[in-house]
Structures are given as C-alpha cells and as structure tokens.
Design a binder for this molecule. Structure first.
Ligand SMILES: Cc1cc2nc3c(=O)[nH]c(=O)nc-3n(C[C@H](O)[C@H](O)[C@H](O)COP(=O)(O)OP(=O)(O)OC[C@H]3O[C@@H](n4cnc5c(N)ncnc54)[C@H](O)[C@@H]3O)c2cc1C
Length: 138
C-alpha cells in the first residue's frame, strides 16, 4: 500500500500542522479564436494578481472559434482547499523532519509531493515511487 496524502494528516498532526500554498482558478470563455498564442504564459510582476494564464486549446492545437482561458491565483491554504505546494521555510522543514522519523518505522509506504513535503514534477515523482517500492521490496 502506498499512501500519497499529507504526512501531517496521516500522523494526526501530532507534531503540528504543516503549511501549504493553494491556488484559485478563474475560467473564462472568450469570443475569439486565439487569446495568447500559447498554452501557458507566466506573470511574475507584483502588480498582476494572477501567476499564469492557461489557454487550453493550445495543448491540443485546437481550431475552435472560441477559446477557454484559466487564470491562476496563488492563495493561502486554509485546510479545505487543495494543498498544491509545500512551503519549505525552516519552521515547516523542521516539523517535517519529525514526521519523517515517524514514517521511517511505518509499514505503509508513503511517497509523493504531500508525504515528501516537496514540489515534484511528474517524471521525478514517478522515478521516486519506483525507487521507493524497489527499496521496500528488496
Ligand atoms: C498547478 C500545477 C501545475 C503542474 N504542472 C506540471 C507540469 O506541467 N509538469 C509536471 O511534470 N508537473 C506538474 N505539476 C506537478 C505534478 O502535478 C506533480 O508532480 C504530481 O501530481 C505529483 O504526484 P503525487 O502522486 O505526488 O501527488 P498527487 O498527484 O497530488 O496525488 C496525490 C493523491 O493522493 C490523494 N490523497 C490525498 N490525501 C489522501 C488521503 N488522506 N487518503 C487517500 N488519498 C489521498 C489525492 O486525492 C491525490 O489523488 C503541477 C502541479 C501543479 C499543482
């Protein structure tokens, strides 16, 4: 069995609650064929409140008359939202280490961005899972 959820939740928050960053998505259908010419455009300016705009049709080279865009806003995680990103400041990293000690002696294999409290791209998390399971089975 592989547990892929939040490590602090698994251990019933016995060392405290880790912090996460979440996202709010705002979708819009536009009456135009092409909005930004690309699937993803990032916005890093302080003045712009969203962090990126996704224009979905460009992932599949869509030829529709209209286009759908999604603006992504960074929001504080309040416990009900999806915990998309770990916040790896010293306080949280120290707390995470305590959970890691608990997880080491556990029969259930835990793996992924929420149990490792770390951002992973997909190919990295797949490789990590393969290695974790190989180690467990050897
Ligand atoms: C907005 C965004 C964009 C991204 N874009 C890219 C990209 O372009 N390319 C890329 O390579 N990576 C991207 N990533 C990263 C990619 O999503 C992750 O690498 C990948 O999803 C991590 O896989 P995971 O299994 O660790 O976690 P997840 O995919 O989040 O899977 C964890 C699973 O555990 C389940 N779960 C949680 N708690 C419990 C519980 N208590 N009990 C049972 N189940 C539970 C969840 O429902 C979820 O299904 C992006 C991530 C985000 C947030």
């Amino acid at each position: 069995m592989v547990f892929t959820g939040m490590i602090d939740q698994y251990f019933d928050y016995k060392h405290g609650g880790l912090e996460y960053r979440s996202l709010r998505f705002e979708h819009e259908v536009l009456d135009e064929e092409n909005y930004q010419g690309n699937a993803v455009v990032n916005y890093t300016e302080r003045e712009v409140r969203y962090t990126r705009i996704i224009e979905h049709k460009h992932f599949e080279k869509g030829t529709q008359e209209k286009t759908v865009i999604t603006r992504e806003y960074s929001v504080d995680w309040k416990g009900r939202d999806e915990p998309y990103y770990s916040i790896n400041v010293a306080k949280n990293n120290e707390m995470y280490k305590k959970y890691l000690v608990e997880a080491k002696g556990n029969e259930v294999v835990s793996c992924g961005r929420l149990t490792d409290y770390k951002y992973y791209d997909m190919h990295i998390v797949i490789e990590r899972l393969i290695n974790v399971v190989r180690e467990k089975l050897s």
